[in-house]
Design a protein around this ligand. Structure first.
Ligand code: OGA
Ligand code: MN
Length: 223
């Protein structure tokens, strides 16, 4: 009998495994990782469909700071955001994927990542987000930033690049095109970054892994 040919295709876990390992190595060596066409295709498709269904009204003008001290600041950023709570199928798939990245990085790099929060962001024509850090040293909150892009057919003239500054002095920065499926990860306290003005609608998901810095529920190990 002729044996059936074995199909050598990557299933979801192999796919993630090699991407997560690349991210871990990059983080270890340089503190950031940029991966083109890296978002698992089925996840990208689901998130894209979700965006198509979302009403413009679901996006809120983005603010600066945490929910408690949320302030609108049109000088720093002009995008709109919609937090992802997992109530949609695609949102749930996304949170699961982020959780598996969190687990992988914790095992591999002992980062102690404890929770994840994320939102869709919409930059309309002319929208930007000026140079900023996602976390400030000593506040021990946001540790790792994750951004994925959902823009098919992005052209060089469409603007809207993410610019990652590898140190305080660097003025040029590393430019990342917000093309569909690109996955950017960087240490939140280490890399100032900005979003250049977009010349067409630009969609991304930005998320942050936190360490556990809650004081009211913390169970400290006995000394
Ligand atoms: C942010 C951010 C980058 C991007 O939301 O904090 O820096 O490329 N986003 O959307
Ligand atoms: Mn940011």
């Amino acid at each position: 009998m002729v044996p059936m040919p074995v199909a050598h295709c990557l299933d979801g876990s192999d796919y993630n495994e090699s991407l997560f390992e690349r991210i871990a190595q990059d983080l270890q060596q340089q503190g950031y990782s940029i991966n083109h066409s890296a978002l698992p295709p089925a996840l990208g498709e689901a998130l894209w469909q979700q965006l198509q269904q979302m009403n413009a009204a679901e996006f809120d003008r983005a603010g600066i700071g945490r929910e408690q001290d949320h302030q609108l600041n049109g000088f720093v950023r002009t995008d709109e955001v919609c937090w992802i709570d997992g109530s949609s199928e695609a949102g749930g798939q996304w949170l699961q994927w982020a959780q598996s990245l969190q687990t992988y990085l914790n095992r591999r790099l002992f980062l102690g990542l404890f929770s994840f929060e994320s939102h869709f962001a919409h930059y309309g024509c002319g929208d930007f987000y000026k140079r900023h850090l996602d976390a400030f040293k000593g506040e021990a909150n946001r540790v790792l930033s994750l951004v994925v892009y959902l823009n098919p057919g992005w052209l060089p003239d469409d603007g809207g690049e993410l610019v990652l500054y590898r140190d305080e002095q660097e003025s040029e920065g590393l430019r990342v095109t917000p093309a569909f499926g690109t996955v950017a990860v960087f240490l939140s306290e280490e890399f100032p970054h900005e979003v250049l003005p977009a010349r067409r609608d630009r969609y991304s998901i930005a998320g942050w892994f936190r360490v556990n810095s809650s004081t009211n529920q913390r169970v400290d190990p006995p000394r």
